[in-house]
Design a protein around this ligand. Sequence first.
Ligand code: HSE
Length: 470
Amino acid sequence: MVFAADNRCVARLFPLKSASFFNNLGQLFVSAQETALKPVNIGICGIGTVGGGTVDVLCRNAVEIAARSGRDVKILQLGSRRPPKCDIGDAIVSSDIFDVAVNPDIDILVELIGGTTTARDLVMKAIANGKHVVTANKALIAEYGNEIFAAAAKHGVTVAFEAAVAGGIPIIKALREGLSGNRIEWLAGIINGTGNFILTEMDDRERGFAEVLAEAQELGYAEADPTFDVEGIDAAHKLVILTALAFGVPLQFDKVYTEGITKIELRDIKFARELGYRIKHLGIARRHGDRLEMRVHPTLIPQERLIANVNGVMNAVLVQGDAVGPTLYCGAGAGGEATASAVVADIIDLVRTLDATPEQRVPPLAHFGEPDAGREFIGIAEVVCAHYLRMTVLDETGVLTKISQILANAGISIEAVIQKEARRGEKTVPLVLITNEVADRTITDAVVQIEATAMVEGSVMRIRVEELAG
Ligand code: HSE
């Protein structure tokens, strides 16, 4: 840390070589420059995986951060019940995180404690005390974002949340700024690193679910409650945020259909491969006229799609804009420094706009159209897509005919089929089908009928299939 010789955790501005140039321009310019040199004080609450990563990145990349921010960024205070493991320089450590929210010297509070109870109180307190907020907390934004942004607008501060979705991928910035000239038609993303890590390890190495999940926890990818990862809740939080940004609608966590990956078996991954697909856990949001669909579930994707080859803890978001067409954003979706990358980017953005009026800043969530527009979502029963069906059937004549008949009666056609020979001594065989695109309720009804026949053992495994073509 050449530029932090006094060992403070301070991002240093380059020496102001051009001071005399500015002096020649007169007092007003010099004063403005002097104001810009005042360091910005930040307080970080929560020094776990992401908090520690944020401190490390701020210190290590101090020179770049100062140059890009236009002024010094100083970590003045940390809120943490446990002593931080990282080097914190001369920052004050407060065991009561609320001390950070009320400290008059703090300009930006960085919330990295997670959860929605204390975090919500902390963020609201910081806003009420006139502090800008940076958060990585997807649950907080998805569930309480509408209230938080309203409070922020009232107090003239900004709440930034790049790190809340897809870890280090700057997808919030892409949607808010890079794609802002587009009408977004749909987006689909692998937005839970833990889930993708588990599916990839099962696929590549045939490892067991529990073993891989434990490794994801050790690596700091998984949520404090890992059921949020494997049951799809974490991905649902992120999808709600992406949907609000992409379609200009309020955050509506209660509208997202959610399925996790716990029912996916190794044999489904293998059958999917045989049929030319990969199984990924996707969050999908799509516009249908004035209505939207918003769903999270395991999905078969053609294996030639780039997104089907995004593996391990990597996340990817595929966005279809009307002007640009498809664009894919890919990178590490979890982990300390990857997420810190997004946290620090928000800090720099905020420092850059500290002197702007609230109206001059890019709004966190722009609502397109009437206040009530975009509140109507298509229920999962109406969603149309192809389906993968796997069932265990008796190895007898006429079984395939019977099942085809049930599907045909429902107007469902079979696009692909795998049926293996029975192993010696076994009376049942697996039967795998891919259907054409039909409404979810049609498949649901057909599956009920199939399960009711004496020829099928146990329940039918069904996974949605998406082509993800522009
Ligand atoms: N548990 C989350 C994941 C962390 O695995 O994606 C990043 O949000």
